[in-house]
Design a protein around this ligand. Structure first.
Ligand code: GLC
Length: 544
């Protein structure tokens, strides 16, 4: 609930849907999705019942990191269309009451961005300090010991001036120096450009690396082998990322971004969600701001990395509830363009209860495109591999192509993503003829039908979009049970993670009505002191 009003704001009440534009819908037959494709599919978003689209980058880019290496932050890549197409998307989305959230990439530009081309041209170029340039140490070694997240040293030698520049990701993605006021001013101009055009908010990319130690001090060794969310490769995990990540000065930048967003919010609330990989709950929660004056939400990635069992998930939910500052709004994520598909991580049989969990918890859910039809990772043969991370740090499953394959719209060649005969940028899943939007829309028991029913129920039920959350104690290790409540309405959510059926004894009395089962085949009255669930079944029960 917003601090100052009793009304939920759109980003609290609503559900965000991430579109990875390269893979959503190709309107011009080049095998790559584009903005016209997204416009063509606007009715789908309404049919589905989501409230906001987060668009991964569509700016001009050499595509070394598929758009996260931007060479012009205030234009659209011709591959995706142009600014007029973007304006059309915005207008038409708004007509349907759908918000547009853009990906803002503050940490770096492309090495082809005019700022960097200038910066690298000479030691005394006025933009030299816009990036991090350092000489080798006297012994000839790198300026410091930092590693790139995408493998290898974070420093790249540039022969023009004989110095190294810093890149937290690819060498084609030089880091911007946010301590330089001109950089900050230029980046705020970028935000203003899109806010003036009417966007509803931003997903802020890689904000955990945006502010670093001012002296670029070496990272200490990670002797205790503390690990972040996931293994990142030996070199990267050999250090504690104390000096190259999340310097406390980031809070001030977030506050200034918030002031800017708020200055646009009188007309309609603008919003920020930050990508910030922060396993420590206290630090994660600090990015809402002490006075709730920083990010509207730092993404909560814990479900992506928690073992898929009720105890681990319960711990995540409890940690969210206990670490949130008062008045801060929670959020949950099950998938994105950087992580393997939820259906592949936890198994297709569990994907339905995962969707039910995501859409019934307290807090804003973000759905990754395709998860609503149960899309899974696609195995990409080495010769078709595209992702630079997968190529640089090979062999430990960091490649992100499997979760980025074309959306499966129908059973026609190329799954209706692109015209027949076109070679798509990544291969289409080979089961597309059975698993696609068209088939699932017509199947009342499909994953898509379940997602639509859940979205409809969430949208029409204040207990779900605004109500309180309460865990229900029970004796089954394989189940997760909670109540969502608003005013006099109480809803029970019971999820069975086991393949075997269970009868849950619950500390509740009376009868309830099953309003939705993950199997979409029951609407019976039940005795809520003993709720029976089939294997991998979840139920939403309205308490009397
Ligand atoms: C973020 C993006 C990821 C990208 C990286 C560098 O983590 O989500 O896709 O590769 O930043 O911009």
């Amino acid at each position: 609930m917003n601090k100052n009003t009793t009304e939920s704001l759109w980003w609290q009440k609503g559900v965000i849907y991430q579109v990875y534009p390269r893979s959503f819908k190709d309107s011009n037959g080049d095998g790559i999705g584009d903005l016209k494709g997204v416009i063509d599919k606007l009715d789908y978003f309404t049919t589905l019942g989501i409230d906001a689209i987060w668009l991964s980058p569509v700016y001009p880019s050499p595509m070394a990191d598929f758009g996260y290496d931007i060479s012009d932050m205030v234009d659209i890549h011709p591959m995706f269309g142009n600014l007029a197409d973007f304006d059309t998307l915005l207008t038409k989305a708004h007509q349907r009451d759908i918000r547009i959230i853009l990906d803002f990439v503050p940490n770096h530009t492309s090495d082809q961005h005019p700022w960097f081309i200038e910066s690298r041209s000479s030691l005394d170029n006025p933009k030299r300090d816009w990036y991090f340039w350092r000489s080798a140490k006297p012994d000839g070694s790198m300026p410091n010991n930092w590693f790139s997240i995408f493998g290898g040293s974070a420093w790249e030698f540039d022969a023009t001036t004989g110095q190294y520049y810093l890149h937290s990701f690819l060498r084609e993605q030089p880091d911007l120096n946010w301590r330089n006021p001109e950089v900050k001013a230029a980046m705020f101009d970028v935000l203003r450009f899109w806010l003036d055009r009417g966007v509803d908010g931003f997903r802020l990319d890689a904000t955990h690396v945006m502010m670093k130690d001012a002296n670029l001090t070496d990272n200490p060794l990670n002797e205790a082998r503390v690990q972040g969310f996931k293994p990142m490769g030996g070199e990267y995990d050999s250090q504690l990322h104390i000096n190259d990540q999340a310097h406390p000065d980031i809070h001030e930048i977030f506050r200034e971004i918030r002031v800017l967003l708020d200055s646009y919010s009188a007309e309609r609330p603008r919003f920020s969600v930050g990508e910030i990989h922060m396993p420590d709950w206290k630090r994660w929660a600090s990015f809402y701001g002490e006075n709730l004056d920083e990010l509207h939400m730092p993404f909560n990635f814990h479900f992506l990395f928690a073992p898929w069992n009720p105890q681990a998930l319960q711990k995540v939910i409890d940690s969210v509830e206990t670490s949130l500052p008062e008045g801060a709004w929670p959020n949950f994520v099950l998938g994105n363009h950087d992580e393997h598909r939820v259906a592949s991580r936890i198994g297709q049989e569990s994907a339905r209860i995962a969707m039910m969990l995501l859409l019934t918890l307290r807090g804003t859910p973000t759905i990754y495109y395709g998860d609503e039809i149960g899309s899974h990772d696609v195995n990409i043969p080495p010769e078709l591999e595209q992702d630079p991370w997968g190529k640089n740090v090979a062999g430990i499953g960091l490649g992100r192509d499997p979760e980025r394959t074309p959306m499966q719209w129908d059973g026609s060649p190329n799954a209706g993503f692109s015209e027949a005969g076109v070679t798509t940028w990544l291969p289409v899943a080979d089961d597309y003829a059975q698993n696609n939007v068209a088939i699932e829309l017509n199947d009342p028991k499909s994953m898509l039908s379940l997602t639509r029913r859940l979205l409809l129920l969430r949208r029409s039920t204040p207990a779900f979009y605004a109500g309180s959350y309460q865990t229900v104690a029970h004796s089954h290790d394989d189940c997760l049970v909670f109540i969502r409540e608003q005013n006099t309405e109480r809803w029970l959510v019971a999820l069975n993670f086991n393949a075997a059926e269970q009868t849950l004894s619950l500390p509740l009395t009376g009868t309830g009505k099953v309003m939705l089962s993950t199997e979409l085949d029951r609407e019976d009255s039940v005795d809520v002191s003993a709720v029976h669930l089939r294997g991998h079944e979840g139920c939403i029960i309205k308490l009397g």
